[in-house]
Design a protein around this ligand. Structure first.
Ligand code: UT7
Length: 329
């Protein structure tokens, strides 16, 4: 069975900025409260004419350009998003066409904040099966389109962005993907959701008037679950792979709340100087947080070839994911 490795990464964040001071003017909140409770200072917001596929294409092109991969050589494209351009066709189809990936199939994968890790897990297995040589995983979300800027408990949290990683077959026993632990717990579905716009509650004047096309969250429930499950999933993937927390070079967690990340790192026993936290700049970009944080780690020289990287996430669903990779470039 061939191994799977990550060979390139590209990101895109729109230039538009939404600061805590901007939010102070929109809702009853303060810069101090937001920083203290979440760690977020600014978020990026896409221009009105930019949709998720536009950001996904820019991130994909940046990843492919990084190691000179011809888009026509891609075997599959997975777009992890909760904010597709439209319900169908899949955003993966729009991206496939725009980047000229003539030989690729693909699909959208919806697992909210765990989406990118489900995408990486799927890509690794497609490659390890031997049937795929190059799979592009994209996490992209335009959260600003589904956020209620009258709801102070959610509008402070989210931002827009995209990131892509190329997963390829290893050569001659090189290390790469080491293992995963993913879980779904649908009993938590009601704690974080967008109620309307699907087949249960199609768009109507009433759903719009009741603001049901926006994210609704019971923050405390999600917070408690996230702290417990991020830790458990990390612990399980370490056990499965026989690796100790001391051996992990870098933990790159989903960026939902600085306090969740710090609590998870403390429970696993990984000091914060081995954890990437960039939520302050981008907020929670849902499918894009992990590639954005990984891109930052690479740019700062904190992630190098041979490092052992632990990715983890919890998201709406509930969905839970952890992946362990040996970094390949
Ligand atoms: O990616 C997965 C998705 N999401 C998450 O992981 C998010 C998980 N949850 C959280 O990050 C946190 O629960 C929040 C940041 C959303 C909220 O923080 P909290 O410490 O759990 O606050 P809380 O909901 O317990 O609210 C405490 C107080 C309440 O006032 P009272 O009832 O004590 O008077 C809220 O009304 O803070 C109030 N509050 C705010 N105050 C100022 C809620 N939002 C704000 C706000 N500014 N933006």
């Amino acid at each position: 069975m061939p191994g799977a490795k990550i060979t390139a990464l590209g990101t895109y964040t729109p230039p538009g900025m939404l600061t805590n001071q901007d939010l102070e003017r929109l809702v009853e909140t303060t810069n101090d409260w937001i920083i203290d409770r979440t760690g977020i200072s600014t978020r990026r917001i896409a221009a009105p004419d930019m949709a998720t596929s536009d950001m996904a294409v820019l991130a994909a092109q940046a990843a492919l350009a990084q190691n000179g991969t011809d888009p026509a050589s891609l075997d599959a494209i997975l777009v992890c998003t909760v904010t597709p351009d439209m319900n169908f066709p899949a955003t993966a189809c729009l991206v496939q066409h725009r980047i000229g990936a003539a030989g690729a199939w693909g699909f959208d994968l919806m697992a909210a904040c765990s989406g990118f890790l489900y995408g990486l897990t799927t890509a690794a297995h497609l490659v390890m099966s031997g049937s795929h040589k190059k799979v592009l995983v994209i996490g992209a979300d335009t959260m600003s389109r589904i956020i209620d800027y009258k709801d102070r408990s959610t509008c402070i949290l989210f931002g827009d962005g995209a990131g892509a990683m190329l997963v390829e077959q290893c050569e001659n026993g090189e290390p790469g993907f080491l293992g995963f632990h993913n879980e779904v717990d649908g009993s938590g579905g009601s704690y974080l959701m967008m109620p309307a716009g699907g087949s249960r509650m199609p768009a109507s004047v009433a759903t719009i008037e009741q603001r049901l096309h926006y994210v609704k969250q019971d923050g405390q429930q999600v917070f408690k679950y996230a702290v417990r499950k991020m830790h458990e999933a990390c612990q399980k993937v370490l056990e499965k792979t026989g690796v100790s927390a001391n051996d992990v070079t870098l933990m790159i967690p989903h960026q939902a709340n600085r306090r969740i990340i710090e609590a998870t790192a403390a429970r696993i026993g990984i000091p914060l100087d081995r954890v990437i936290i960039n939520i302050g700049k981008f907020g929670n970009t849902t499918g894009a947080t992990i590639p954005l944080a990984t891109g930052e780690a690479l740019a700062e020289g904190r992630l190098k070839k041979g490092d052992l990287v632990l990715f983890s996430a919890v998201g709406a669903g509930f969905t839970v994911g952890a992946n362990l990779w040996r970094w390949s470039y």
